[in-house]
Design a binder for this molecule. Structure first.
Ligand SMILES: [Fe+2]
Ligand SMILES: [Fe+2]
Length: 162
């Protein structure tokens, strides 16, 4: 069944947000590499790859529902970081924003009686629980390490195992 236009538009906007998320994580990875946090840079690259997959998943769904995807503007990433805790805080805030964005589309799908989109978005809702949880763990780790360079680098090494 063809997607309703307002739902198609909302999903399309989410595609752009997922690619923006990828772009954001990519830049954060570069920042952390430059600051010497190789483990966190690796962790953020994995995150970048996941966000690209999220974008692809939604594109495939729109196409399967006979919709066309508009490849709109992806915003520039303007913030630069040299402190891993600041990255972790920004990443968590961004994931919380994305969770709310997905909830909003889910509610719209429910209102439209679009059961298929509800089911499709369930994966994303579960994924966001994991995303927020892992982002919180990273934030807590760097927070606990505080100003101690040794502890920060120990935690960084742990993140490199992802
Ligand atoms: Fe995502
Ligand atoms: Fe994410």
């Amino acid at each position: 069944m063809k997607l309703n236009e307002s739902i198609r538009k909302a999903l399309n906007d989410q595609v752009v947000k997922e690619f923006y998320s990828a772009y954001l994580y990519r830049s954060m990875s570069s920042d952390m590499k430059a600051a010497g946090y190789k483990g966190y840079a690796h962790w953020l690259m994995k995150q970048y790859e996941e966000e690209m997959e999220h974008g692809e998943k939604i594109i495939a769904y729109i196409e399967d529902r006979d919709g066309t995807v508009d490849f709109g503007q992806i915003d520039a990433v303007t913030s630069r970081f040299d402190c891993p805790l600041k990255v972790a805080e920004a990443a968590l805030a961004h994931e919380q924003y994305v969770s709310e964005s997905i909830r909003t589309i889910f509610r719209a799908a429910r209102e439209e009686g679009d059961i298929e989109t509800e089911v499709f978005l369930q994966w994303f809702i579960t994924e966001q629980i994991e995303e927020e949880s892992s982002s919180t763990d990273v934030k807590n780790g760097f927070e606990a390490a505080g100003d101690c360079k040794g502890l920060r680098f120990m935690f960084d090494a742990q993140l490199g195992n992802r």
